[in-house]
Design a protein around this ligand. Structure first.
Ligand code: CDP
Length: 219
């Protein structure tokens, strides 16, 4: 039986770090579902189709040749055989990803690609609707939250580490916009699954979050 742990939550909450740690700890595979939305957004941008309509976007989703590999610990994303792992992290790609993620037919088209990640011995699935829509039968569901201010601060620091500088207020504004889109969309809105453990990480360190998550998963 494939064991599935889902990690859902809003933008910039540290799901990526937590999911990676859990996957390492249990020796499980990792699904960064946001990367799937990001790679589709990048594909549209590359084809100058950022304003495409829903049905057209679905066709691009069908046509795109995407492949997830892993070199050592890092997840590698290939689009048309090109390594786009860094390119998909750009802010404008994330913004378009968040917009196309609100389209029901686009979500449906990307569903199977996500389910296919479930392999033995297990999977840690990181996203917005992993516990509610994609893997409703997961054996352990986590929902990670934090205030929008704390998340904006973390994102600014993360961007700094990568040599990029962003204004805190611009980043905060973007997080708030993404929250609104994620929480109010009609399809798969961001809400904790009924059986999820909700962890508010506003005043927790990464290792404290990991400990709480581990206790829940192992308990
Ligand atoms: O956390 P952040 O918004 O920076 O990015 P992400 O997790 O890489 O996901 C990019 C966008 O895709 C998010 O803003 C969500 O709107 C959307 N998404 C989604 O709707 N469902 C998922 N399972 C994962 C991401």
């Amino acid at each position: 039986e494939i064991k599935i742990i889902t990690v859902d939550g809003p933008s910039g909450v540290g799901k990526g770090t937590l999911s990676q740690s859990l996957a390492n700890h249990f020796g499980f595979h990792l699904l960064d579902s946001g990367a799937i939305y990001r790679v589709l957004a990048l594909y549209l941008i590359q084809n100058d189709e950022q304003d495409a309509l829903e049905d057209e976007i679905v066709q691009f989703a069908q046509a795109m040749d995407v492949c997830f590999g892993s070199k050592t610990q890092k997840v590698q994303v290939l689009l048309s055989k090109q390594d786009v792992s860094e390119l998909i992290r750009a802010e404008h790609v994330g913004t378009l990803a968040s917009k196309i993620a609100a389209l029901p037919k686009v979500r449906e088209q990307l569903l199977q690609k996500q389910i296919d990640f479930a392999k033995l011995p297990g999977l840690v699935a990181d996203g917005r609707d992993m516990g509610t829509v994609v893997f409703p039968k997961a054996f352990a569901k986590l929902f990670i939250d934090a205030s929008s201010e704390a998340r904006a601060l973390r994102r600014v620091n993360q961007l700094k580490e990568r040599g990029l500088s962003f204004n805190y207020h611009t980043v905060l504004d973007d997080i708030i916009q993404r929250d609104i889109r994620d929480r109010t969309r009609t399809i798969a809105p961001l809400v904790p699954a009924e059986d999820a453990l909700v962890i508010d990480t506003t005043s927790l360190r990464i290792d404290e979050v990991f400990k709480k998550a581990l206790n829940f998963v192992e308990g």
